[in-house]
Design a protein around this ligand. Structure first.
Ligand code: ZN
Length: 310
């Protein structure tokens, strides 16, 4: 029995979240609702792109939003705009991600698809200020502590790019007294990511974070390093709110410890209502892990709006 609706192509905004280990492809609507999505393993560029294109081949897209792990060139007008840059993932280094995907998605179209592109951390922040924990804010940050550490930043209502994009995962840390871990970052050793990422936790303690739930010393030290990073971000960018995501934050004791350490580091130097209400200043992402793909969706919606204005 054939049904006309079943044969109709799913229509909406295309969203792609390219992650280091998995990639999400979705179609959503203008309200931020994800209508359909699939998760694929991120392997080589050729294989991953082929699977992305396979997902979208029977979808009717208005526009596309893409977010990616970094570093990535988000400077519109740059000769390498949309390329993956100096990633430790060798197969992806210098891969022209945006061009490859948009050329393929536009292959049989008369009118080119509007496309939005940004880092995964900026994308997650965009979703949170649109539909999540940061609605109404013009100056906010998203800090992801997962396998790596990333910062998304919005300043005066615009996602921060500057000369490239923020890389606060690599700011210098003061090594805590008694800690002899040499750090996990191939470029800087004991930077923020080198001391506090999920990879650093696994390297330091010999087990992945999820197997260390019953070791309070792990989380006490982890909270100190994350708080150092957040204090630097607070003092530099003066965000109205810090929204946190990433797998390491699944440890439920961690966020209260981070807040306590941030207050101690700031040491009353700044006296604002935000810092006095630290529980509502440093908050978990509200979109339950879908902030990345919803960020890509919002980039797609904005790209279509921009194309209609022009
Ligand atoms: Zn580093």
């Amino acid at each position: 029995m054939s049904n006309e609706l079943e044969n109709e192509k799913l229509s909406g905004y295309g969203a792609i979240e390219l992650g280091g280990t998995r990639t999400i492809c979705a179609v959503g609507d203008a309200s931020g609702l994800v209508l359909n999505q699939t998760v694929i393993e991120t392997t080589t560029p050729d294989e991953t792109v082929a699977k992305i294109l396979d997902y979208f081949k029977d979808k009717d897209l208005k526009s596309v939003g893409i977010i990616s792990f970094g570093p990535v060139d988000v400077r519109q007008g740059s000769a390498t705009y949309g390329d993956i840059l100096n990633t430790p993932k060798i197969a992806w280094r210098k891969f022209p991600l945006l061009k490859t995907l948009t050329d393929a998605l536009n292959a049989n179209r008369d009118e080119k698809l509007p496309v939005g592109f940004d880092t995964d951390a900026n994308g997650s922040l965009l979703a949170e200020v649109t539909w999540g924990a940061g609605v109404g804010l013009n100056d906010a940050v998203y800090v992801k502590v997962g396998k790596g550490i990333g910062l998304g930043a919005m300043v005066n209502g615009k996602l921060l790019h500057g000369m490239l994009h923020a890389e606060a995962g690599h700011i210098k840390m003061s090594v805590e007294a008694g800690d002899d871990f040499k750090g996990d970052c191939p470029s800087h050793g004991t930077c923020f990511e080198g001391m506090a990422s999920g990879s650093a936790i696994a390297a330091r303690w010999g087990k992945p974070a999820r197997e260390l739930n019953d070791k309070p010393e792990v989380w006490e030290l982890e909270a100190k390093y994350i708080a150092q990073g957040l204090a630097d971000i607070i003092l530099t960018l003066s965000p109205q709110k810090i929204i946190m995501g990433g797998g390491v934050l699944h440890q439920k004791e961690l966020l209260p410890l981070i807040r306590k350490n941030v207050v101690e580091y700031i040491n009353n130097y700044i006296d604002t209502k935000e810092l006095r209400n630290i529980n509502s200043y440093i908050v978990p992402a509200a979109l339950n892990g879908s902030q990345g793909i919803k960020g890509a969706l919002k980039l797609a919606i904005s790209a279509e709006e921009a194309a209609m204005r022009n």
